[in-house]
Design a protein. Structure first.
Ligand SMILES: Cc1cc2nc3c(=O)[nH]c(=O)nc-3n(C[C@H](O)[C@H](O)[C@H](O)COP(=O)(O)OP(=O)(O)OC[C@H]3O[C@@H](n4cnc5c(N)ncnc54)[C@H](O)[C@@H]3O)c2cc1C
Length: 332
């Protein structure tokens, strides 16, 4: 970057040489912003493999890329990202920094904002132009309320919700330029102790025609029996769950559906006691038909569901199974 004009920066999210899809939402958000404020977009990649990832991204997107190769950053370190990006953001004179709202992005974005004296808006789902200003929309209370935020600072750091902006249109003339920089940055306060790969995702989830998923509304582990009994009435069915259910150890992580779990697209998805947080919806919104069972009539999952059952799952599921068994008996 040689001139001092303002820009919109996008920080790519990649792991073990592979770009995370959430990067595309962040690019799409930046392009939308660019249309509103008429500033150019530049992508930033960081880490050991930043050059390779950066060249691929420039080729694909047609956008200019700054690739910062950091030999010490073989694995993610929030402190390194914060330190290096604070220099990059100042050098680029970035008015907006769009960061994917992944686990990594959510980790370093607020620290970066503090370092560069920027406002930080987390989990941005849309951007609009309101009374001569850029307005960011974020969901609160598991998607029940949408808050609109404007910022007062020269620089704004955003984390962009995966699945909110979609894949940008890259039908452009030619590949973008790549600037590769090498940088030393040793973390002073933290040290990565290595990475642990998660267990493979449950292949049963990707192959299932019907997924019955349990959320925190299940109440207790013993109620999983209801979910399993409901799944058992369908051929080619599997049991999935939201993150709290996996965190509680009621289901295995390979059964988790959502941005940090599996992305599924079954014929039917039955969400039982799941509120409908974006992180969960991102993983199941491609299901053909969605049924949600929830005691809260205002649960956000009802905005996505084709059938909304406003009932207590501990009463509804046994009643449904009883009806099923009764109709089966009548047929035979
Ligand atoms: C970086 C990041 C990544 C994440 N990744 C994921 C992910 O991959 N997958 C994921 O699922 N989450 C993920 N989360 C967590 C996510 O934000 C939500 O916290 C989570 O999805 C909420 O799970 P839930 O709907 O089961 O629980 P809650 O939000 O607590 O909802 C429970 C629901 O059950 C209903 N309920 C209560 N009792 C009953 C009853 N008896 N019968 C019927 N309904 C009842 C309630 O009305 C409520 O709507 C992530 C979060 C972060 C920050």
């Amino acid at each position: 970057v040689t001139d001092n004009s303002q820009r919109i920066a996008v920080v790519a999210d990649h792991f073990q040489g592979r770009l995370r899809p959430a990067t595309f939402d962040a690019i799409a958000c930046a392009l939308k912003l660019s249309g509103l404020v008429d500033l150019p977009v530049r992508i930033v990649t960081l880490g050991e493999d930043a050059g390779t990832i950066g060249r691929d991204l420039a080729e694909l997107s047609g956008l200019p890329v700054t690739a910062i190769e950091i030999p010490e950053a073989a694995s993610y370190c929030g402190e390194v990202y914060k330190t290096v990006l604070s220099e990059v953001v100042s050098h680029m004179n970035a008015a907006y920094v769009c960061i994917p709202a992944t686990t990594q992005g959510s980790d370093y974005a607020p620290a970066l904002a503090v370092r560069v004296d920027a406002a930080c808006v987390s989990g941005v789902e849309s951007v609009s132009w309101r009374q001569g200003r850029v307005c960011f929309a974020v969901s609160l209370y598991a998607g029940k309320i949408v808050q609109e935020v404007v910022t007062e600072t020269d620089c704004t750091v955003l984390t962009v919700l995966p699945g909110s902006f979609g894949h940008p249109d890259f039908s452009h003339a030619g590949p973008g330029t790549v600037e590769v920089i090498s940088k030393d940055c040793k973390p002073q306060q933290t040290r990565s102790m290595g990475l642990q790969a998660p267990a493979d995702l449950d292949s049963a989830l990707s192959e299932a025609a019907v997924i019955v998923s349990a959320g925190r509304g299940l109440g207790k582990r013993e109620n999983l029996d209801l979910i399993r009994r409901l799944a058992a009435i369908f051929p080619k069915a599997a049991v999935g769950g939201s993150r709290p259910v996996c965190d509680a150890g009621w289901l295995e992580y390979k059964q988790q559906v959502g941005i940090t779990g599996a992305t599924v697209s079954p014929e039917v998805y039955v969400a039982c006691g799941i509120s409908g947080a974006h992180q969960h919806i991102s993983g199941m919104r491609e299901a053909r038909f969605i049924i949600a069972v929830n005691t809260d009539p205002n649960a956000a999952i009802f905005n996505t569901a084709d059938i909304c059952v406003n009932e207590d799952l501990t009463k509804f599921i046994p009643a449904l199974i009883d009806e099923w068994e009764k109709s089966n008996r009548e047929k035979s």
